[in-house]
Design a protein around this ligand. Sequence first.
Ligand SMILES: Nc1ncnc2c1ncn2[C@@H]1O[C@H](COP(=O)(O)OP(=O)(O)O)[C@@H](O)[C@H]1O
Ligand SMILES: [Mg+2]
Length: 466
Amino acid sequence: MIGPTHEEVITDVVRRDMRSYRQLPRLFYQIQTKFRDVIRPRFGVMRGREFLMKDGYSFHTSYADLQREYRNMYETYSRIFTRLGLKFRAVAADTGAIGGTGSHEFHVLADSGEDAIAFCPASDYAANVELAEAVAPQEVGSGATAMMEKKATPGKTKCADVAAFLGLPLTQTVKAVAVMAEKEGGGEFVLLLLRGDHDLNEIKAQKVVGEFRFARDEEIVAALGCKPGYIGAVGFSGRVVADRSVAVMSDCVCGANEEGYHLTGVNFGRDLPRPGTVADIRNVVEGDPSPDGKGALELCRGIEVGHIFQLRTKYAAALKCTFLDEHGKDQVMEMGCYGIGVSRIVGAAIEQGHDERGIVFPASIAPFAVAVVPMNYAKSETVRAAANTLHAELLAAGIDAVLDDRDERPGSMFADWELIGIPHRVVVGERGIKEGKLEYKGRKEADATMVAASEMAMFLKQKLCG
Ligand SMILES: Nc1ncnc2c1ncn2[C@@H]1O[C@H](COP(=O)(O)OP(=O)(O)O)[C@@H](O)[C@H]1O
Ligand SMILES: [Mg+2]
């Protein structure tokens, strides 16, 4: 059968074969092709409809035992990606469609990554931007100092333009995002308020107002009597949800609900009621305090190469995967699942390691650790003998070496091995052999060095272990 992932299949196997607490915990894994109806396949192995995954599943008698295994997997995954030579981060993640509670993604850090990650350099805090909390501001605004005034702002519909036009900081502006929240018997018009320099986080907002869509122009006109670009919460009597950072602002700038006008010196509790709901509804930005209180957040991009979940009893309960405990009582199993995108790792390693000449693979995943490149292999017997000897010696030493016995120009042989990303190269040439030497060059190094032929295997062994 073809499958996108195998929680149901493995749960079915376990419920047939495992009956007693004595058979638990159990851990299963496979490395196998997955098939998914991906809407937009892209970047080759990065997001395909068919890809290789290592998927693992664990079954437990208790939540505590699942948590023990989850921590074990977290550390195992960290060791795997470290040994693969990748720069990565474990990131707290949303559990999404698969459900359950508690989840971490492992991201390879690369500018081309699809996911934005917030992390704290001073601690191990890291979270998907979708999830990272924007903590409530400590300092409360200085309070009202100005009177509310209406200012003409013709053609200025964006906070940045309004701020520049009025000569005020962007952080003093409030943008109102009009949405229609799902409600029985039609939608509810809701205004979401954000500081001008912040962006709405739709996932967070959804947790506050429920499913929603952006309001259409005619719905905005009907609710506020003004078209978008000049809207604000002053005079609006419907539901208002303000971001935490808006709730502490004073002397704000916002739309006047009149085309071509904005209001300055607007204050909550005086010019409009305090917002009905104050919540975290924005994306974190660089410099925000880390939710663990240990410093400031930075942002980077990542490629998800692994994902671990505490599924708890979501699948086991639905499929009645139970066991008999010590007292002979039927209990639902606790379950975890753990995936590594095997084929995506290849793409991620290349995104992280490349230069103008091609791939720079970490030695642990390069197709070969060493390329032995003889000059004139076909014609020179000396070279052929030396190259064959070295190749055999390296294999005997457990070094994964390839011998380039093609009859090509040296330049094109070098270019091929650099393109493929082989981390170490040894050139065997007649002149060097006369002096008992071979030429070594690392993929990342600019210059080659001469090494005694008799010491080459040892020399490479040290490079590969180091
Ligand atoms: N379409 C795909 N192509 C290649 N690799 C994928 C694809 N979808 C998922 N993966 C890899 O498999 C791992 C486990 O998958 P999972 O977390 O269930 O997927 P998703 O995050 O897409 O829901 C992911 O961390 C990712 O590395
Ligand atoms: Mg995932």
